[in-house]
Design a binder for this molecule. Structure first.
Ligand code: G
Ligand code: G
Ligand code: MN
Length: 276
């Protein structure tokens, strides 16, 4: 074989290893063991009062040599290979640590939302982690919310039902992420009795100009109201989107217009301010 062909084969093998996650799972395991993942928080605002009602925890991975590795890359991979439950556990444990470190900050009632995946509903680990979080932090002003994502379906098993009932007893609220996309749909409303429905940025972007999006969002808000749910519009990037969504009756807003995901200490400082 020509050297050129051999080199190109080697390159293709390397490319497929890195892109299909060949080396990534090993790197991710190491990163978890070495505490190289950092939970960031993106604040969520009350649309009427403009105060911070809580935030969404979003994991960031700073690799010492490769720099930032996007969650878009490592989260789907972790969902495929089962590492995702480790990431959920890691997020709850590390956020609890940050809360304890920032214990002097006084906040009004807030909810911190953690993204969870289908695998988190297959055993009782999530219950143990939520209980441990509550016991460790001892803060009655900070509540846990769990955002159920659309990527993998959460099946309505008796295990999943039992977990939801026990989460509710613990005061943990459920939020349906990216409603109207992927697996996140009407059947999730029946299955989970959510407190919040999140409006995907697919609908938020262009809400002020696109009438189809406006019709869809109006319907989501109406169903949320009838089910006594609050609505969180994500991906809000402009004042026009914020105003339109608020006028339409969305209860909460999240997006770059207000703040990007920030380190937890910054989030606490932001959240402690009276209003913006
Ligand atoms: O900011 P952003 O690039 O963080 O997030 C990209 C995607 O990764 C989003 O869909 C988000 O839900 C997901 N994500 C980020 N952090 C976590 C996490 O800790 N757990 C899970 N399951 N998903 C996460
Ligand atoms: O799937 P999930 O809703 O968990 O994803 C949240 C993702 O959206 C994260 O990657 C987060 O960084 C990103 N995000 C948050 N606010 C904005 C925004 O205003 N615009 C865009 N384009 N993305 C945003
Ligand atoms: Mn989310």
């Amino acid at each position: 074989m020509l050297l050129r062909n051999r080199l190109s084969l080697m390159f293709m093998a390397f490319a497929s290893m890195t892109s299909s996650g060949g080396v990534l799972p090993i790197m991710l395991r190491k990163a978890l063991a070495k505490n190289q993942l950092t939970p960031y928080v993106q604040p969520i605002y009350n649309a009427q009062s403009g105060t911070v009602m809580g935030g969404e925890v979003l994991m960031r991975w700073h690799h010492p040599r490769r720099g930032m590795i996007s969650p878009e890359q490592f989260i789907p991979l972790a969902e495929q290979n089962g590492l995702i439950t480790r990431i959920t556990q890691y997020a709850l444990q590390h956020v609890a640590k940050e809360i304890i470190a920032n214990n002097s900050i006084h906040l009004h009632d807030m909810t911190l939302f953690f993204n969870v995946s289908a695998a988190d509903f297959k055993n009782n680990e999530i219950l143990r982690e939520c209980r441990a979080f509550i016991q460790k932090t001892q803060r009655t002003d900070l509540h846990i919310g769990l955002e159920i994502t659309e990527r993998e379906p959460v099946h309505n098993t008796s295990m999943a039902q039992g977990i939801c009932e026990q989460l509710e007893a613990l005061g943990v609220t459920i939020s349906i992420d990216d409603f109207g996309t992927g697996h996140s749909n009407y059947h999730y409303l029946m299955q989970f009795c959510p407190r919040y429905i999140k409006i995907d940025k697919l609908f938020t972007s262009g809400i002020d100009t696109d009438t189809t999006k406006e019709i869809i969002v109006r319907n989501i808000i109406a169903i949320a109201r009838d089910m006594n749910c609050m609505t969180i519009a994500e991906g809000v990037e402009t004042a026009a989107q914020k105003e339109k969504l608020t006028a339409m009756g969305v209860t909460h807003l999240q997006g770059y217009y207000f703040s990007r995901p920030v380190e937890m200490s910054t989030f606490f400082t932001l959240a402690a301010q009276p209003s913006q």
